[in-house]
Design a protein around this ligand. Structure first.
Ligand code: NAP
Length: 305
Protein backbone atom coordinates (compact mmCIF):
# COMPACT_ATOMS: atom_id res chain seq x y z
CA UNK A 1 0.00 0.00 0.00
CA UNK A 2 1.22 3.51 -0.75
CA UNK A 3 -0.36 6.14 1.44
CA UNK A 4 -2.46 8.99 0.13
CA UNK A 5 -0.94 12.36 0.90
CA UNK A 6 -2.73 14.74 3.24
CA UNK A 7 -1.96 18.05 1.58
CA UNK A 8 -1.80 20.79 4.22
CA UNK A 9 -0.73 23.38 1.71
CA UNK A 10 -3.81 22.83 -0.46
CA UNK A 11 -6.21 22.77 2.50
CA UNK A 12 -4.62 25.88 3.89
CA UNK A 13 -5.06 27.69 0.59
CA UNK A 14 -8.70 26.64 0.39
CA UNK A 15 -9.40 27.83 3.93
CA UNK A 16 -7.76 31.18 3.25
CA UNK A 17 -10.12 31.78 0.32
CA UNK A 18 -13.03 31.39 2.77
CA UNK A 19 -11.31 33.81 5.16
CA UNK A 20 -11.50 36.60 2.59
CA UNK A 21 -15.29 36.33 2.57
CA UNK A 22 -15.42 36.55 6.36
CA UNK A 23 -13.09 39.57 6.32
CA UNK A 24 -15.37 41.27 3.76
CA UNK A 25 -18.40 40.52 5.89
CA UNK A 26 -16.71 42.04 8.94
CA UNK A 27 -15.68 45.07 6.85
CA UNK A 28 -19.34 45.60 5.95
CA UNK A 29 -19.95 46.01 9.68
CA UNK A 30 -17.04 48.38 10.16
CA UNK A 31 -14.57 45.87 11.66
CA UNK A 32 -11.12 44.97 10.35
CA UNK A 33 -9.66 42.00 12.21
CA UNK A 34 -6.29 42.80 13.79
CA UNK A 35 -3.52 40.55 15.06
CA UNK A 36 -0.65 41.79 17.25
CA UNK A 37 2.54 39.73 17.20
CA UNK A 38 5.14 40.43 19.88
CA UNK A 39 8.72 39.32 19.32
CA UNK A 40 11.21 39.78 22.15
CA UNK A 41 14.82 39.44 21.02
CA UNK A 42 16.20 38.38 17.67
CA UNK A 43 16.07 34.58 17.54
CA UNK A 44 16.45 33.92 13.77
CA UNK A 45 13.88 31.07 13.69
CA UNK A 46 11.38 33.22 15.61
CA UNK A 47 11.92 36.06 13.15
CA UNK A 48 11.03 33.70 10.28
CA UNK A 49 7.89 32.43 12.09
CA UNK A 50 6.77 35.99 12.87
CA UNK A 51 7.42 37.00 9.23
CA UNK A 52 5.21 34.11 8.04
CA UNK A 53 2.40 35.16 10.36
CA UNK A 54 2.54 38.79 9.20
CA UNK A 55 2.56 37.62 5.57
CA UNK A 56 -0.50 35.42 6.17
CA UNK A 57 -2.31 38.39 7.73
CA UNK A 58 -1.61 40.49 4.64
CA UNK A 59 -2.82 37.72 2.36
CA UNK A 60 -6.10 37.35 4.27
CA UNK A 61 -6.92 41.04 4.81
CA UNK A 62 -6.10 40.97 8.53
CA UNK A 63 -4.36 44.04 9.93
CA UNK A 64 -1.11 43.11 11.66
CA UNK A 65 0.75 44.92 14.42
CA UNK A 66 4.35 43.76 14.68
CA UNK A 67 5.90 44.71 18.02
CA UNK A 68 9.64 43.97 18.10
CA UNK A 69 11.22 44.45 21.52
CA UNK A 70 14.95 44.15 22.32
CA UNK A 71 16.14 40.95 24.03
CA UNK A 72 16.86 42.78 27.30
CA UNK A 73 13.36 44.29 27.61
CA UNK A 74 12.29 43.96 31.27
CA UNK A 75 9.35 41.64 31.91
CA UNK A 76 7.34 44.58 33.31
CA UNK A 77 7.64 46.36 29.97
CA UNK A 78 6.45 43.28 28.07
CA UNK A 79 3.47 43.07 30.44
CA UNK A 80 2.74 46.77 29.92
CA UNK A 81 2.79 46.23 26.14
CA UNK A 82 0.31 43.38 26.49
CA UNK A 83 -1.94 45.51 28.73
CA UNK A 84 -1.97 48.22 26.08
CA UNK A 85 -2.88 45.71 23.36
CA UNK A 86 -5.56 44.13 25.58
CA UNK A 87 -7.24 47.54 25.73
CA UNK A 88 -6.87 48.35 22.03
CA UNK A 89 -10.16 47.71 20.16
CA UNK A 90 -8.32 47.42 16.83
CA UNK A 91 -6.50 44.31 18.14
CA UNK A 92 -8.51 41.08 18.21
CA UNK A 93 -5.65 38.65 18.67
CA UNK A 94 -2.37 38.86 20.58
CA UNK A 95 0.43 36.39 20.40
CA UNK A 96 3.84 36.41 21.93
CA UNK A 97 6.40 34.45 19.97
CA UNK A 98 8.06 31.71 22.03
CA UNK A 99 10.71 31.04 23.24
CA UNK A 100 11.23 34.15 25.36
CA UNK A 101 14.59 35.35 26.70
CA UNK A 102 15.48 33.56 29.98
CA UNK A 103 14.73 36.54 32.26
CA UNK A 104 11.06 36.51 31.19
CA UNK A 105 8.65 34.05 32.80
CA UNK A 106 6.53 32.64 29.92
CA UNK A 107 3.53 31.82 32.12
CA UNK A 108 3.36 35.38 33.50
CA UNK A 109 3.30 36.74 29.99
CA UNK A 110 0.81 34.20 28.60
CA UNK A 111 -1.58 34.75 31.52
CA UNK A 112 -1.42 38.52 30.93
CA UNK A 113 -3.02 38.18 27.48
CA UNK A 114 -6.77 38.77 27.63
CA UNK A 115 -8.63 35.48 27.21
CA UNK A 116 -10.73 37.32 24.60
CA UNK A 117 -7.60 37.83 22.47
CA UNK A 118 -5.66 34.64 23.24
CA UNK A 119 -5.59 33.40 19.64
CA UNK A 120 -2.69 31.01 20.34
CA UNK A 121 -4.89 29.33 22.97
CA UNK A 122 -2.11 29.16 25.57
CA UNK A 123 -3.85 31.08 28.40
CA UNK A 124 -4.83 28.78 31.28
CA UNK A 125 -8.49 29.62 30.70
CA UNK A 126 -8.31 28.23 27.17
CA UNK A 127 -6.16 25.28 28.24
CA UNK A 128 -8.74 24.49 30.93
CA UNK A 129 -11.46 24.85 28.31
CA UNK A 130 -9.81 22.06 26.34
CA UNK A 131 -10.08 19.76 29.34
CA UNK A 132 -13.84 20.27 29.59
CA UNK A 133 -14.29 20.35 25.82
CA UNK A 134 -15.27 24.00 25.49
CA UNK A 135 -12.33 26.24 24.68
CA UNK A 136 -12.71 29.63 22.98
CA UNK A 137 -9.51 29.38 20.95
CA UNK A 138 -8.10 25.91 20.23
CA UNK A 139 -4.28 25.99 19.97
CA UNK A 140 -3.32 26.39 16.33
CA UNK A 141 -1.16 23.34 15.57
CA UNK A 142 -3.48 20.68 17.06
CA UNK A 143 -6.46 22.53 15.57
CA UNK A 144 -4.81 22.29 12.15
CA UNK A 145 -4.09 18.58 12.65
CA UNK A 146 -7.73 17.99 13.50
CA UNK A 147 -8.83 19.58 10.22
CA UNK A 148 -6.23 17.57 8.30
CA UNK A 149 -7.61 14.38 9.87
CA UNK A 150 -11.12 15.43 8.85
CA UNK A 151 -10.05 15.56 5.19
CA UNK A 152 -9.42 11.79 5.30
CA UNK A 153 -13.10 11.26 6.13
CA UNK A 154 -12.15 9.25 9.23
CA UNK A 155 -14.37 9.30 12.29
CA UNK A 156 -11.89 9.27 15.16
CA UNK A 157 -14.46 8.04 17.73
CA UNK A 158 -13.30 4.72 19.12
CA UNK A 159 -10.01 4.77 17.19
CA UNK A 160 -6.67 4.15 18.87
CA UNK A 161 -4.79 7.43 18.66
CA UNK A 162 -1.17 7.59 19.78
CA UNK A 163 0.37 11.03 20.24
CA UNK A 164 4.16 10.99 20.45
CA UNK A 165 5.24 14.16 22.28
CA UNK A 166 3.63 15.71 25.34
CA UNK A 167 4.44 19.41 25.09
CA UNK A 168 1.97 22.02 26.29
CA UNK A 169 1.65 23.53 22.82
CA UNK A 170 1.24 20.40 20.68
CA UNK A 171 1.11 16.94 22.28
CA UNK A 172 -1.10 17.56 25.33
CA UNK A 173 -3.74 19.77 23.65
CA UNK A 174 -3.77 17.38 20.67
CA UNK A 175 -4.52 14.46 22.96
CA UNK A 176 -7.29 16.39 24.74
CA UNK A 177 -8.92 17.45 21.49
CA UNK A 178 -9.07 13.89 20.19
CA UNK A 179 -10.22 12.54 23.54
CA UNK A 180 -13.07 15.03 23.24
CA UNK A 181 -13.91 13.37 19.94
CA UNK A 182 -14.08 10.02 21.73
CA UNK A 183 -10.83 8.53 20.50
CA UNK A 184 -8.87 6.23 22.81
CA UNK A 185 -5.75 8.30 23.32
CA UNK A 186 -2.26 7.29 24.43
CA UNK A 187 0.39 9.97 25.01
CA UNK A 188 4.06 9.01 24.69
CA UNK A 189 7.09 11.10 25.63
CA UNK A 190 10.83 10.83 26.03
CA UNK A 191 10.54 8.54 29.06
CA UNK A 192 8.08 6.15 27.43
CA UNK A 193 9.55 2.65 27.49
CA UNK A 194 9.46 0.77 24.20
CA UNK A 195 7.80 3.42 22.07
CA UNK A 196 7.10 0.94 19.26
CA UNK A 197 4.90 -1.17 21.52
CA UNK A 198 2.50 1.80 21.67
CA UNK A 199 2.82 3.20 18.15
CA UNK A 200 2.16 -0.18 16.48
CA UNK A 201 -1.37 -0.15 17.93
CA UNK A 202 -2.22 3.27 16.53
CA UNK A 203 -5.00 3.65 13.97
CA UNK A 204 -3.94 7.29 13.99
CA UNK A 205 -0.35 8.17 14.86
CA UNK A 206 0.50 11.81 15.55
CA UNK A 207 4.17 12.58 16.04
CA UNK A 208 5.44 15.82 17.60
CA UNK A 209 8.78 15.03 19.22
CA UNK A 210 11.29 17.05 17.20
CA UNK A 211 13.43 13.95 16.49
CA UNK A 212 14.15 13.23 12.83
CA UNK A 213 13.74 9.56 11.88
CA UNK A 214 12.06 8.66 15.19
CA UNK A 215 9.23 6.73 13.54
CA UNK A 216 10.25 3.95 11.17
CA UNK A 217 7.96 1.53 9.27
CA UNK A 218 8.28 -1.31 11.83
CA UNK A 219 6.62 0.98 14.39
CA UNK A 220 3.55 1.67 12.25
CA UNK A 221 0.40 -0.41 11.89
CA UNK A 222 -0.57 -1.35 8.33
CA UNK A 223 -3.15 1.19 7.08
CA UNK A 224 -2.59 3.73 9.88
CA UNK A 225 -3.05 7.46 9.38
CA UNK A 226 0.25 9.18 10.17
CA UNK A 227 0.48 12.90 10.96
CA UNK A 228 4.00 14.27 11.25
CA UNK A 229 4.14 17.54 13.19
CA UNK A 230 7.94 17.58 13.52
CA UNK A 231 10.03 20.22 11.81
CA UNK A 232 13.76 19.51 11.92
CA UNK A 233 16.60 21.00 9.91
CA UNK A 234 19.24 18.32 9.28
CA UNK A 235 22.68 19.52 10.30
CA UNK A 236 24.93 16.86 8.79
CA UNK A 237 25.09 14.14 6.18
CA UNK A 238 24.30 14.43 2.47
CA UNK A 239 20.94 16.10 3.24
CA UNK A 240 22.36 18.79 5.54
CA UNK A 241 20.10 21.86 5.53
CA UNK A 242 17.03 19.89 4.48
CA UNK A 243 13.81 20.22 6.52
CA UNK A 244 12.36 16.88 7.61
CA UNK A 245 9.74 15.67 10.07
CA UNK A 246 9.98 13.02 12.78
CA UNK A 247 8.76 10.22 10.52
CA UNK A 248 10.77 8.24 7.95
CA UNK A 249 8.39 9.43 5.23
CA UNK A 250 9.64 7.22 2.37
CA UNK A 251 9.47 4.05 4.46
CA UNK A 252 6.27 4.76 6.37
CA UNK A 253 4.26 5.87 3.33
CA UNK A 254 4.43 2.26 2.10
CA UNK A 255 2.53 1.12 5.20
CA UNK A 256 0.21 3.98 6.07
CA UNK A 257 -3.16 4.72 4.44
CA UNK A 258 -2.69 8.48 4.75
CA UNK A 259 0.37 10.54 5.63
CA UNK A 260 1.36 14.21 5.90
CA UNK A 261 4.54 15.35 4.16
CA UNK A 262 7.12 17.68 5.73
CA UNK A 263 7.16 20.38 4.53
CA UNK A 264 3.63 20.93 3.19
CA UNK A 265 1.62 19.07 5.84
CA UNK A 266 0.96 20.46 9.30
CA UNK A 267 3.21 23.53 8.96
CA UNK A 268 0.99 25.64 6.65
CA UNK A 269 -2.07 24.76 8.73
CA UNK A 270 -0.64 26.22 11.95
CA UNK A 271 -0.47 29.76 10.57
CA UNK A 272 -3.84 29.34 8.85
CA UNK A 273 -5.49 28.36 12.14
CA UNK A 274 -3.97 31.43 13.76
CA UNK A 275 -5.81 33.55 11.21
CA UNK A 276 -8.95 31.47 11.80
CA UNK A 277 -8.74 32.22 15.52
CA UNK A 278 -8.17 35.93 14.85
CA UNK A 279 -11.27 36.07 12.63
CA UNK A 280 -13.23 34.13 15.23
CA UNK A 281 -12.15 36.68 17.83
CA UNK A 282 -13.20 39.63 15.66
CA UNK A 283 -16.57 37.98 14.95
CA UNK A 284 -17.02 37.23 18.62
CA UNK A 285 -16.24 40.83 19.60
CA UNK A 286 -18.79 42.05 17.10
CA UNK A 287 -21.42 39.68 18.50
CA UNK A 288 -20.64 40.88 22.03
CA UNK A 289 -21.02 44.48 20.93
CA UNK A 290 -24.37 43.68 19.33
CA UNK A 291 -25.78 41.50 22.11
CA UNK A 292 -27.68 43.47 24.74
CA UNK A 293 -27.56 40.52 27.10
CA UNK A 294 -23.79 39.99 26.85
CA UNK A 295 -23.38 40.45 30.61
CA UNK A 296 -25.60 37.47 31.22
CA UNK A 297 -24.32 34.95 28.77
CA UNK A 298 -20.61 35.59 29.10
CA UNK A 299 -18.86 33.65 31.87
CA UNK A 300 -17.73 35.96 34.71
CA UNK A 301 -14.08 34.90 34.44
CA UNK A 302 -13.95 36.40 30.96
CA UNK A 303 -14.58 39.88 32.32
CA UNK A 304 -11.16 39.97 33.95
CA UNK A 305 -9.18 39.83 30.71
P1 NAP B 1 9.01 20.08 22.68
O1 NAP B 1 8.43 21.11 23.57
O2 NAP B 1 10.50 19.92 22.60
O3 NAP B 1 8.39 18.68 23.10
C1 NAP B 1 8.81 17.49 22.52
C2 NAP B 1 8.05 16.35 23.12
O4 NAP B 1 8.51 15.14 22.50
C3 NAP B 1 8.29 16.20 24.63
O5 NAP B 1 7.09 15.82 25.26
C4 NAP B 1 9.32 15.06 24.70
O6 NAP B 1 9.19 14.26 25.84
C5 NAP B 1 8.92 14.22 23.49
N1 NAP B 1 10.04 13.44 22.99
C6 NAP B 1 11.31 13.84 22.73
N2 NAP B 1 12.06 12.79 22.32
C7 NAP B 1 11.24 11.72 22.30
C8 NAP B 1 11.44 10.36 22.00
N3 NAP B 1 12.62 9.90 21.59
N4 NAP B 1 10.39 9.53 22.10
C9 NAP B 1 9.19 9.98 22.51
N5 NAP B 1 8.94 11.26 22.82
C10 NAP B 1 9.96 12.12 22.72
O7 NAP B 1 8.56 20.27 21.19
P2 NAP B 1 7.19 20.87 20.54
O8 NAP B 1 7.20 22.33 20.68
O9 NAP B 1 6.02 20.09 20.99
O10 NAP B 1 7.48 20.51 19.02
C11 NAP B 1 7.65 19.19 18.59
C12 NAP B 1 8.06 19.19 17.13
O11 NAP B 1 7.01 19.76 16.38
C13 NAP B 1 9.29 20.03 16.80
O12 NAP B 1 9.96 19.45 15.72
C14 NAP B 1 8.70 21.37 16.38
O13 NAP B 1 9.56 22.08 15.51
C15 NAP B 1 7.48 20.89 15.66
N6 NAP B 1 6.39 21.87 15.62
C16 NAP B 1 5.81 22.03 14.43
C17 NAP B 1 4.76 22.89 14.30
C18 NAP B 1 4.12 23.02 12.97
O14 NAP B 1 3.46 24.00 12.72
N7 NAP B 1 4.26 22.02 12.10
C19 NAP B 1 4.31 23.63 15.40
C20 NAP B 1 4.91 23.42 16.64
C21 NAP B 1 5.96 22.52 16.74
P3 NAP B 1 9.43 14.84 27.34
O15 NAP B 1 8.17 15.61 27.64
O16 NAP B 1 9.54 13.60 28.16
O17 NAP B 1 10.64 15.67 27.27
Amino acid sequence: MTAQIIDGKALSKQLRVGFRERVDHLADQGVQPGLAVILVGDNPASRVYVGNKIKACEECGVRSFHIALPADTPQAEVLATIARLNADPAVHGILIQLPLPPHIEPRAVLEAISVHKDVDGFHLYNVGGLVVGNTIFPPCTPYGVQLLLDTTGTDVAGKNVVVVGASNIVGKPMALMLLQREATVTICHAKTRDLAQHTILADILIVAAGKPGLIVPQMVKQGAIVIDVGINRLTDGPNAGKIVGDVDFDGVKEKASWITPVPGGVGPMTVTMLIENTLRSAERTLRMRQADDFQEWEAPILKNG
